[in-house]
Design a protein around this ligand. Sequence first.
Ligand code: ATP
Ligand SMILES: Nc1nc2c(ncn2[C@@H]2O[C@H](COP(=O)(O)O)[C@@H](O)[C@H]2O)c(=O)[nH]1
Length: 185
Amino acid sequence: MDKKIIVITGASGTGKTTISKYLKDTYHIPSVITHTTRLPREGEKNGVDYYFETKNSFLKNHYLEKVEYSGNWYGSSEESLKKTWEKFDAASIVVDTAGAISYKKKYGKNAVVIFLEVDFETVTDRLKQRGDETKRLLSRINSDEFKRDLQIPRELVGKCYKISNKNLENTKENVNKVLKLEKIK
Ligand SMILES: Nc1ncnc2c1ncn2[C@@H]1O[C@H](COP(=O)(O)OP(=O)(O)OP(=O)(O)O)[C@@H](O)[C@H]1O
Ligand SMILES: Nc1nc2c(ncn2[C@@H]2O[C@H](COP(=O)(O)O)[C@@H](O)[C@H]2O)c(=O)[nH]1
């Protein structure tokens, strides 16, 4: 079987991490952990949610792609994906749309891109409820990256699955359908 990377993308707060956890809990599809210079949120653990880096340590790693998002750096390594593929046929990764474009370009049909769509008001409410600190939340929802990621970028039009994440149960059903169509599960 071809190795697959399920690339979960969309604006901050659209539910990407929630869906990657669903894939892990329900289908045992592991998530590739990425690196960030952002400080951990309450409850986040190094090596589980992210590899938390300083600006200096971030620069020492080699990345397949890296981005600046709302004032912090994020990057993912090819080595982590290859290590995961040694043990599993499919893995997931949570990235912004710039990252999703990079994965699609590099892995073609082996990159199954899921774009999660939620309207601006709902996503803002969800970020508040998640406990994001007000100053950071405002700076994030006003960032160019956040606004950009509310829509599918032209590079991914016709090359990704768009799923509305209004209702989580419906979203999971739609994700199940993608896994079947792509012969992942
Ligand atoms: N369908 C849904 N209905 C209501 N709440 C949801 C739904 N999906 C996710 N959430 C909640 O919305 C919040 C944001 O979800 P999540 O952290 O998964 O988003 P994200 O896209 O990974 O965000 P970020 O890019 O900022 O890391 C979480 O508190 C999550 O529990
Ligand atoms: N292109 C990449 N985007 C990444 C990576 N790791 C996370 N992300 C995305 O950044 C924003 C902000 O994340 P947050 O955890 O601070 O809310 C979000 O869209 C993530 O999906 C990465 O390695 N590359």
